[in-house]
Design a protein around this ligand. Structure first.
Ligand code: HEM
Ligand SMILES: *[C@@H]1O[C@H](CO)[C@@H](O)[C@H](O)[C@H]1NC(C)=O
Ligand SMILES: *[C@@H]1O[C@H](CO)[C@@H](O)[C@H](O)[C@H]1NC(C)=O
Ligand SMILES: *[C@@H]1O[C@H](CO)[C@@H](O)[C@H](O)[C@H]1NC(C)=O
Ligand SMILES: *[C@@H]1O[C@H](CO)[C@@H](O)[C@H](O)[C@H]1NC(C)=O
Ligand SMILES: *[C@@H]1O[C@H](CO)[C@@H](O)[C@H](O)[C@H]1NC(C)=O
Length: 328
C-alpha cells in the first residue's frame, strides 16, 4: 500500500515536472518584451530598407526561414558559414540569398539589446515582415528560439524538397516535420513572390521525363516564353518570376496560375495536375484560387506551425553573437 502511494506520488511529481518542461519549452509572442522591447520595430525597419533596394529580398528572406526550419528545426543553422554547411546544400547553393540582410538586422538588434535575440528568431520575424510588406497576411510571431551549434549539409540534402520530386515525396517531407497537406498547399503559395532559375524548371521544357516532349501540364504560351528564356545548354542561372502577373505582390494568383497550367516548377503544377493531387491537394488549390481570405488565413497558421518545428529553447543551443558563426 505504502509503495503504491509513493509510486503514485512519484508519477504525479514527474507529470508536474514534465508539464513545466513542456510549458517552458513553448515559444511565446512576448518573449523579448522585457529584454528587447523594440525588436519588432528594428527588424521591420531593416527589412523595409532592404526591400526598398530590391523587392525580391522579401521572397528571399521568406525562403530562408523555410529552409532553416526544415533542417534540424528553426535554429538559424542555414546562416552558419563553413564547408559542409546547409547553405551549400543542393537546394541552397547559388540560390539561398539574403544573408547580408540578416547580418544587417542582427547588428541593428545587437546595438539596441546585446546578446539576447537569436538569429533563428530574426529569421522568423523577417519572414513575417517580408510577407506583410509584400501585401500578404500578418501574424503574431512566436519567439524564444535559440541558435543551433551545427549546420548539416547532408541533412539539408535529405530534408529540403526538390522541384523535381513527385507529390507524395513532397508530402512526406512536410509530414516528416509535422506539416500536413493543407500546409503543403498554403506554404507553396509563397511562390506568389520571387524568382526561380532556369535550372529549376528547364526539365519541363523540351524532353520532360524522357517523353521527347515538353510537360503537357504547362500552358503553351508560357512554354514558348520559357523555351526562349531557357534554351537547351543555355544559362541555367537565368531567372524568371514565379507569378508573371504580379511578381512582387503576395496574393492568390499562384493558385489561379496552377488552375491555368501556369505553374513554373514541376513541384508547383503537380499540386493541381498530378494524379496524386486528386485525393490530396487539388481541392485545396481550387479553394485558395477563389478565396484569397482563406489562403491568407491558412498561410498565417501554417507559418506559425512551420516556425514551431523543433525549436531549441531553455538552455539548449545559444544566442549567437554573429549569425554566421557559433560562439567560441
Ligand atoms: C513544396 C516544396 C517546395 C519546393 C520544391 C520549392 C522549390 C523552390 C525552388 C526550386 C525555388 C527557386 C530557387 C532558385 O531558382 O534559386 C524556390 C523559390 C522560392 N521558394 Fe520554394 N519550394 C517549395 C516550398 C516553399 C515554401 C514552403 C516556401 C515558404 C514558406 C517557399 C518559398 C520560396 C520563395 C519565397 C522563393 C523565391 C526566392 C527568391 O526569389 O529569392 N518555397 N522554391
Ligand atoms: C549534397 O548534395 C550535393 C549534390 O548532390 C553533393 O554534391 C554533396 O556532396 C551532398 N553533401 C553531402 C554532405 O551529402
Ligand atoms: C492540417 O492541420 C491543421 C491544424 O494544424 C488542421 O486545421 C487542418 O485541417 C489539417 N489539414 C488536413 C488536410 O488534415
Ligand atoms: C528524351 O530523353 C530520353 C531519355 O533521357 C532519350 O532516350 C530520348 O532520346 C530523348 N528524346 C529527345 C527527342 O531528345
Ligand atoms: C550558376 O552560377 C554559379 C556561380 O557563378 C556556377 O557555379 C553554377 O555552375 C551556375 N549554375 C548553373 C545552373 O548554371
Ligand atoms: C495573367 O493575367 C492575364 C489577364 O488577366 C491572364 O490571361 C493570365 O492567365 C494571367 N496569368 C499569367 C501567368 O499570365
Amino acid at each position: 500500500m505504502k509503495r503504491l502511494a509513493n509510486y503514485q506520488c512519484f508519477t504525479l511529481f514527474m507529470s508536474v515536472l514534465m508539464l513545466c518542461v513542456a510549458v517552458r519549452s513553448q515559444l511565446t509572442a512576448d518573449f523579448y518584451s522585457k529584454t528587447c522591447p523594440t525588436l519588432p520595430q528594428i527588424v521591420r525597419k531593416v527589412v523595409q530598407n532592404a526591400i526598398k533596394v530590391e523587392m525580391r529580398m522579401a521572397a528571399s528572406l521568406l525562403r530562408l526561414h523555410f529552409h532553416d526550419c526544415f533542417v534540424n528545426g528553426c535554429d538559424g543553422s542555414i546562416l552558419l558559414d563553413g564547408t559542409d554547411v546547409e547553405k551549400f546544400s543542393v537546394a541552397n547553393i547559388n540560390s539561398a540569398r539574403g544573408f547580408e540582410v540578416v547580418d544587417a538586422i542582427k547588428s541593428a538588434v545587437e546595438s539596441q539589446c546585446s546578446g539576447v535575440v537569436s538569429c533563428a528568431d530574426i529569421l522568423a520575424l523577417a519572414a513575417r515582415d517580408s510577407t506583410l510588406l509584400s501585401g500578404g497576411p500578418s501574424w503574431k510571431v512566436l519567439l524564444g528560439r535559440r541558435d543551433g551549434m551545427v549546420s548539416s549539409q547532408a541533412q539539408a540534402n535529405l530534408s529540403l524538397p526538390s522541384p523535381f520530386e513527385g507529390l507524395n515525396a513532397i508530402i512526406a517531407k512536410f509530414a516528416a516535420v509535422g506539416l500536413n497537406i493543407t500546409d503543403v498547399v498554403s506554404l507553396s503559395g509563397s511562390h506568389t513572390i520571387g524568382l526561380a532559375k532556369c535550372a529549376t524548371f528547364s526539365n519541363r521544357l523540351f524532353n520532360f521525363s524522357g517523353t521527347g516532349a515538353p510537360d503537357s501540364t504547362l500552358d503553351s504560351n508560357m512554354l514558348s516564353d520559357l523555351q526562349s528564356l531557357c534554351p537547351v545548354n543555355g544559362d541555367g542561372n537565368k531567372t524568371t518570376a514565379f507569378d508573371r502577373n504580379s511578381t512582387d505582390l503576395f496574393d492568390n494568383h499562384y493558385f489561379q496560375n496552377l488552375i491555368n497550367n501556369k505553374g513554373l516548377l514541376g513541384s508547383d503544377q503537380i499540386l493541381y495536375s498530378s494524379s496524386e493531387a486528386v485525393s490530396t491537394t487539388k481541392s485545396i488549390v481550387e479553394s485558395y484560387s477563389s478565396n484569397s481570405k482563406l489562403f491568407f488565413n491558412d498561410f498565417a497558421n501554417s507559418m506559425i506551425k512551420m516556425g514551431n518545428i523543433s525549436p531549441l529553447t531553455g538552455s539548449s543551443g545559444e544566442i549567437r553573437k554573429n549569425c554566421r558563426v557559433v560562439n567560441s
